[in-house]
Design a protein around this ligand. Structure first.
Ligand code: PMP
Length: 309
């Protein structure tokens, strides 16, 4: 998984030198926020997908946790391009992460310095090799997303992923690719690292940001592409049983991209294979990301390669 260089607060360091002390605040109290971004290989070289939007959410997460971020969106974005170019990567995944470090114990985080890293690595299909074409088998998790007023789910904070880990471990132990968590009111929320969409009678439904979800950037892509393809999109609270009577269902996420859902709790979704609306949106999403279709929404940031041939 390792690449050569990691961006650390404005400079590049060797992979093995990107370390922090065990007394760091983040190790004991979970004080980190992060992003997950994909860079795609396109005919014009590597291109980072929705870079500005990810950086904006990164800064939003810092703000929610009152974490002083000393780098601007422009600086962080340049850092992302730099690690791709310097490591001579094409398609890869980028993980900006801001951590509270220091060597002082105590919950109050204000004295702990904030350090920022951008880590690149090559990451293939997140939910399995054939997931994008064949779809995945999932369950409804016994774990709920955090209730409003507990852990803010709009922040992409490391601590939120303890909840995701419980759900994911349970799903995998029971033989499923992923678990769908409900919110504290029993409405459908999301997967451990993906947003969720369902289709019924040609209309696309997805939970609102009030259902304890992360406001996914791929979710936003899906909504925009779907509307432009002429499908109505409704954001609303979704009762669990909609999962069993919908025609199509799919996950969206940077890592998971657009992954069709084949079964939920062993009940076939529609015909038990990826549906036409899911595939139509997936085709445009992947087409734009990989540079095979025109970038009509301005989602790609090209990386100037340092390799000269
Ligand atoms: N929900 C959760 C909990 C996630 O971790 C992710 C992945 N970042 C998503 C949804 C999808 O968000 P995005 O499309 O921005 O990757």
């Amino acid at each position: 998984m390792s690449t050569h260089k990691i961006w650390r607060d404005g400079g590049l360091v060797d992979w093995q030198d990107a370390t922090i002390h065990v007394m760091s605040h983040v190790v004991h109290y979970g004080s980190s926020v992060f992003e997950g971004i994909r860079c795609y290989s396109t005919p014009d070289g590597p291109a980072i997908f929705r870079l500005q939007d990810h950086m904006r959410r990164f800064l939003d997460s810092c703000r929610i946790y009152r974490m002083p971020m000393r780098h601007s969106i422009a600086e962080l974005s340049a850092g992302c391009s730099e690690v791709v170019a310097d490591n001579e990567l094409q398609a890869c995944y980028l993980r900006p992460v801001a951590l509270r470090t220091g060597e002082e114990m105590g919950i109050l985080p204000h004295k702990a310095p904030v350090e920022t890293f951008i880590i690149p690595w090559v990451w293939g299909r997140y939910l399995g090799h054939e997931a994008l074409e064949e779809g995945v088998d999932v369950c409804v998790s016994s774990w709920r997303r955090p209730a409003p007023g507990t852990m803010p789910t709009l922040a992409k904070a490391g601590g939120n992923y303890l909840n995701s880990q419980l759900s994911k471990m349970e799903a995998r132990a029971d033989g499923y690719a992923e678990g769908i968590m409900l919110d504290s009111f029993g409405f459908v929320a999301e997967g451990s690292g993906e947003n969720l969409f369902i289709v019924r009678d040609g209309t696309i439904y997805t939970p609102t940001i009030g259902s304890s979800i992360l406001n996914g950037i791929t979710r936003d892509c899906v909504i925009r592409i779907a509307k432009d393809l002429g499908y109505p999109v409704v954001e609303q609270s979704l009762p669990r049983e909609m999962l069993y009577i919908c025609d199509e269902a799919f996950f969206s996420g940077t890592a998971a991209e657009l992954t069709p859902i084949r079964t939920v709790d062993k009940v076939e979704v529609g015909a038990g294979k990826p549906g036409p609306i899911t595939l139509a949106i997936q085709e445009v999403y992947m087409g734009i990301a990989t540079g095979k279709m025109p970038d009509r929404y301005g989602w790609l940031t090209r990386v100037e390669s340092r390799v000269t041939v």
